[in-house]
Design a protein around this ligand. Structure first.
Ligand code: HEM
Length: 503
């Protein structure tokens, strides 16, 4: 009996060891060989962690000091691809734990993958620590569930609705100027670290237009989300160890606390909206209503789904727009001649005092070109990720199921082959000509997951930029240190110090 038990235990152990060896040694070896015969290589696979330690090391190195004041930022925002593409070619295979990752910067391939999301390519499941942050919201859902959330979001952010939000956006922007004037009483020239204020501003905007509440009421939620977002950003770069999230580590306990509090605060906001007279113009009320779908069935989102979507919209709407605005001010601070031309346009269209209206916004042609160029040089996010859900052919690459695809939007946006010799220079006029090749520009993504908030994003960025240009001339502060850093969005590592002078 004893021997039989021992035999079973040893057998089970052997099976376990064989399975582990199969998945962390045999499979990576087979996959590396599969790509090698197709001419695709990269850094050697390392047991368990893959190449994550090297990647962390490279990020630590580039982020240890500011970079030169130029737009050649790939080395800083994606140092591993910058290094490995020079060693192994444009398509690189590396390892995230035992997961194969293929980095791609070829515009046609990126385009195909984005267009075929849902048909052989899928958004990846974030690791459980990150998923805790996004929950079951639109940013992580797939298939039918995603389609239902997306249909509701399409309604919420359609252009007619966004136009109605213009007065709220101008109000929020004016409040930011009042705060500046209040802090810098009587001083005509003053320095502001704008990234914090722009985050507060876009929080305020997304809160007002989408949730019908204002920043002060939602402040607790923003603060919780901000802290939770920081922890989720750290988790993105680490290899996920199964079960680790259940250990009572300091970060895990903090994540749990934030999750619970966020849920309770958003739930309270929803219940308050239920009680109050709310306008059907806001996202929250749309999320709470019942909807008819293609099969004519009426469906309603559950409370936890609404809570998760709220979290997703808060972050998607706030982070990207705030960072993009930061880079727009940075670029105009550096390029005074473009700033003067843009101001001339704003003053011609709006005069010195009028608030932007939705009609006036369409006349701000140069401001629009400047924003397009900003999103080309400093894309948010700088990379997108997908996974092959089955074995797929991409051009002449045969990709096994389960391979993750890291799409380097920054590389495609900076590629001199498509954008010309001046690819790394700020030249808004390149967007005035119809582009020969549509592929290399993906600021809002492409295909089914194309940014649902694009209308809102462009409206708010145009409004804020126009209102700043109407009131101030500005330059980059001598204290500014250049440090674009890719977290979930492209943020200035050392802040964005701008010197404003009242007009
Ligand atoms: C400059 C500002 C913005 C930029 C550059 C931007 C960029 C993007 C990109 C590249 C994607 C595609 C992600 C993918 O394919 O995986 C995306 C998706 C998304 N964006 Fe934006 N975004 C911006 C502003 C906004 C705003 C204001 C909202 C509104 C709340 C928003 C909500 C979303 C949502 C919900 C998705 C996911 C759509 C889906 O999966 O169906 N974004 N955004």
């Amino acid at each position: 009996m004893y021997h039989l038990l021992l035999f079973v235990i040893v057998l089970l152990l052997l099976v376990f060891v064989a399975r582990v060896a199969y998945s962390i040694i045999w499979i990576p070896w087979i996959i590396a060989r599969h790509f090698r015969v197709q001419g695709i290589t990269g850094p050697s696979y390392r047991l368990i962690k893959g190449n994550t330690d090297e990647i962390h090391g490279m990020y630590a190195e580039v982020q240890s000091k500011p970079m030169a004041l130029c737009h050649d930022i790939l080395e800083r925002v994606c140092p591993f691809y910058h290094k490995w593409s020079r060693m192994y070619g444009k398509t690189v295979l590396y390892w995230y734990g035992s997961k194969p990752k293929l980095v791609l910067s070829d515009p046609d391939m990126i385009k195909e993958i984005l267009l075929k999301t849902g048909e052989g390519f899928e958004r990846i499941d974030p690791n459980p620590s990150v998923k805790k942050f996004f929950g079951e919201g639109i940013l992580v859902l797939k298939g039918e569930k995603w389609a239902m959330h997306r249909a509701i979001a399409n309604q919420a952010f359609k252009i007619e609705r966004v136009k109605l939000w213009v007065p709220q956006i101008t109000d929020s922007t004016r409040t930011m100027f009042y705060k500046w004037e209040d802090e810098k009483k009587g001083i005509d020239e003053f320095e502001i670290e704008v990234s914090k204020d722009l985050h507060d501003l876009t929080s305020d905007i997304i809160s007002k237009v989408a949730f019908g509440s204002n920043y002060e009421e939602g402040k607790e939620i923003f603060e919780l989300l901000e802290q939770h977002y920081h922890l989720a950003s750290l988790a993105i770069r680490s290899v996920y160890i199964p079960g680790f999230r259940f250990l009572p580590t300091k970060k895990n306990r903090e994540r749990k606390r934030l999750e619970k509090k966020t849920y309770e605060s958003i739930k309270a906001l929803i219940e308050e909206s239920h009680r109050a007279e709310h306008s059907s113009e806001n996202l929250l009320s749309l999320l709470m209503s019942s909807h008819k779908f293609n099969n004519n069935e009426t469906q309603r989102l559950r409370l936890d789904e609404i809570v998760d979507d709220c979290k997703n919209f808060y972050m998607a709407g706030k982070e990207t727009s705030a960072s993009s605005l930061c880079w727009a001010l940075f670029l105009l601070g550096l390029n005074q001649e473009w700033q003067s031309k843009a101001r001339e346009e704003v003053l011609t269209v709006l005069g010195p005092n009028a608030s932007p209206t939705s009609e006036a916004l369409s006349d701000l042609k140069l401001v629009h070109l400047i924003l397009q160029e900003t999103l080309r040089l400093y894309p948010n996010p700088g990379a997108l990720v997908r996974e092959a859900s089955r074995r797929v052919k991409l051009g002449n690459i045969d990709i096994p199921a389960g391979t993750q695809l890291f799409l380097s939007i920054t590389s495609a946006h900076h590629d001199a082959e498509f954008w010309g010799e001046d690819a790394l220079e700020f030249n808004p006029m390149r967007f005035a000509e119809p582009r020969k090749h549509l592929a290399p520009y993906f600021p809002f993504g492409l295909g089914p997951n194309f940014c649902v908030g694009q209308n809102l994003a462009l409206f708010e960025m145009k409004i804020v930029l126009a209102m700043v240009l109407q009131r101030y001339s500005f330059t980059l502060s001598p204290s500014y240190a250049h440090g674009p850093m890719l977290l979930m969005t492209m943020t200035p590592q050392y802040g964005m110090q701008i010197v404003f002078r009242k007009l």
